[in-house]
Write a protein that binds this ligand. Structure first.
Ligand code: ADE
Length: 245
């Protein structure tokens, strides 16, 4: 997969892909991440990427020409790859694991990081295929949002995570994770649940399932509607509900 990140602040995106799992994925050529400085696509002396809004009002708007030029250039450089152009902006559809999985199937992503008060609408109408928000809050720009999206997409690419981890992990099924423990067995008088040291794999799996169901029920009950619940799961949830009332 190839990912081009179009930004006026490439420095913000320098760090996140130089560490840990994403760094390894880049080194192993599982993904090619390319930071693209939007100012390189300006032609004026001041390398201007923004301008005043028509109709007046507060703030500056990102100009369309450099963005169109950048995207056209990046598309032409990877002619053979089908490309998806994504704008990171608070108005976009809410990002989630399902969208991460969809994007992980793509061959070439161009992500445009919005800045200032907004972006010329013609970028949206004629250039962008998908608009993504990472949550209902406003960042100073789309760079950190792009880093979040790239991180969650790249870890899904074949070969990046251990096979087992990607199928077992939380959100393959939309249940929250059960609690984890490591050594020491007793820490500040808090003991690891005995079932986890019992060696009984069936019981351990059942305990984990029940903890996941319980945490999801207490924190994000709406997620349970999307889970395939077994008869045992249903009995367990009934038990918790009764305890609560
Ligand atoms: N740019 C500013 N805020 C954003 C958000 N919440 N998601 C994506 N891009 C943004």
């Amino acid at each position: 997969m190839k990912i081009d990140l179009v930004t006026i602040f490439p420095g913000i995106l320098d760090g996140p892909f130089r560490e840990s799992m994403i760094k390894r994925a880049v080194e192993q050529n599982l993904v090619d991440i390319n930071l693209v400085d939007l100012r390189l696509y300006t032609e004026d002396r001041h390398r201007q990427v923004d301008d005043n809004p028509y109709g007046g009002g507060y703030g500056m708007i990102m100009k369309p020409e450099p963005i169109f030029k950048a995207v056209e250039d990046l598309k032409s450089r990877s002619e053979d790859l089908p490309t998806k152009v994504i704008l990171l902006a608070p108005q976009g559809r809410s990002f989630n694991q399902q969208i991460a999985c969809e994007l992980a199937e793509e061959k070439h992503l161009i992500m445009i990081c919005g800045r200032y008060e907004g972006i010329d609408e013609r970028v949206r109408t004629a250039l962008v295929d998908d608009e993504i928000s990472i949550g209902d809050y406003v960042l100073t720009g789309g760079e950190l949002a792009a880093a979040v999206v790239v991180d969650s997409v790249v870890r899904l690419l074949p070969g990046v995570l251990a096979e087992e981890a990607s199928t077992e992990e939380s959100f393959t099924e939309p249940l929250l994770e059960y609690p984890h423990y490591t050594r020491p067995r007793v820490f500040k008088e808090m003991e690891v649940p005995p079932v986890l040291v019992s060696g009984n794999h069936g019981e351990i799996a059942r305990w984990r399932r029940e903890k996941s169901l319980e945490i999801t029920f207490r924190r994000r009950p709406e997620l349970l509607k999307k889970v395939n619940l077994s008869p045992e799961d249903r009995d367990y949830l009934e038990k918790i509900k009764k305890q609560q009332s």
